[in-house]
Design a protein around this ligand. Structure first.
Ligand code: PRT
Ligand code: MG
Length: 246
């Protein structure tokens, strides 16, 4: 990731993002308001963003748990929500498929921030990124001996940076899910994964041995959209800012 899209792609996507919404106030009046598209992922990010939207006067009219729709209308004719995978939120915002979105710090570091502003830490979907090992693995001794350890993770950028800062030699194994299984099957000595309550680690006989970083979700905004739809986007960012838990 991280490469800039070519000019033709940018042109097409910016035109998409710019698409005006015609509000028929009267037959002769053409009051054009740009549509604002917000990208959210189903689950904790959607649930925890709802109160912030509500504080901004925006209510989503469909329930993503019961509806199969991917584009959700709101009580505001100028705002719609698109539902995407958590790791796809930055891609939608970067290329203008959405004007703004909410994504975890983990996802944003892995993706990079090309083409986006990150104006706000929303302080939601909080957790931590940690190193965990089997409860019978002596991590401290392995590090002290300078052993090369095998680490399975979905977060290869974050893990690479963490171990390089510590001067620990690692072989990284990229996984897309169920990281907890890797130390149990001998695939890896350690994992780098998100931890919230710690129950998943405990249920799989794993222990947290190092905190890598605190994680929360951030608002990201497409840079071109912020120029083209400055007023409505500014209003929305300000409303999110005043509703954000401190
Ligand atoms: O599920 P999917 O593959 O579609 O994508 P996703 O897992 O990236 O999405 P989602 O909705 O699960 O997570 C979205 C964002 O929520 C993440 O990018 C994080 O920033 C944030 N978040 C907060 C978490 C957690 N808490 C969390 N606990 N994301 C994942 N977890 C998982 C963790 O990976 C582990 O499997 O929950 C498990 C641990 O939870 P505890 O409570 O047992 O410790
Ligand atoms: Mg998940």
């Amino acid at each position: 990731m991280g490469g800039r899209p070519d000019a033709a792609v940018v042109g097409t996507l910016i035109n998409f993002a710019r698409g005006p919404v015609r509000r028929a106030a009267s037959p002769n009046a053409c009051e054009c308001q740009p549509m604002i598209t917000l990208a959210l992922s189903k689950g904790r990010i959607f649930e925890e963003t709802l109160p912030l939207l509500k504080a901004a006067g925006i209510e989503v009219l469909d329930n993503p748990e019961t509806s199969r729709k991917l584009i959700l209308a709101t009580n505001s004719p100028e705002v719609q929500v698109v539902l995407v995978r958590a790791s796809d939120v930055p891609t939608y915002v970067q290329y203008g498929g959405a004007d703004l979105g909410v994504a975890g710090r983990d996802v944003l570091i892995e993706h990079g921030l090309d083409g986006m502003y990150q104006p706000l830490d929303l302080n939601i979907a909080r957790c931590r990124m940690s190193v965990a090992v089997r409860d019978d693995f002596d991590y401290a001794a392995a590090i002290k001996q300078g052993s090369r350890i095998r680490v399975a993770t979905k977060y290869t950028q974050i893990a690479r940076q963490h171990f390089s800062d510590k001067g620990v030699h690692v072989d990284l194994i990229k996984l897309y899910g169920s990281m907890e299984l890797a130390p149990l099957t001998g695939l890896a000595d350690a994992i780098v994964d998100l931890v919230s309550t710690g129950n998943t680690l405990k249920a799989n006989h794993l222990v947290e041995v190092e905190k890598v970083m605190e994680i929360s979700s951030r608002l990201v905004v497409n840079q071109a959209a912020l120029k083209l739809k400055r007023e409505p986007l500014r209003r929305m960012i300000d409303a999110f800012a005043s509703a954000t838990p401190k």
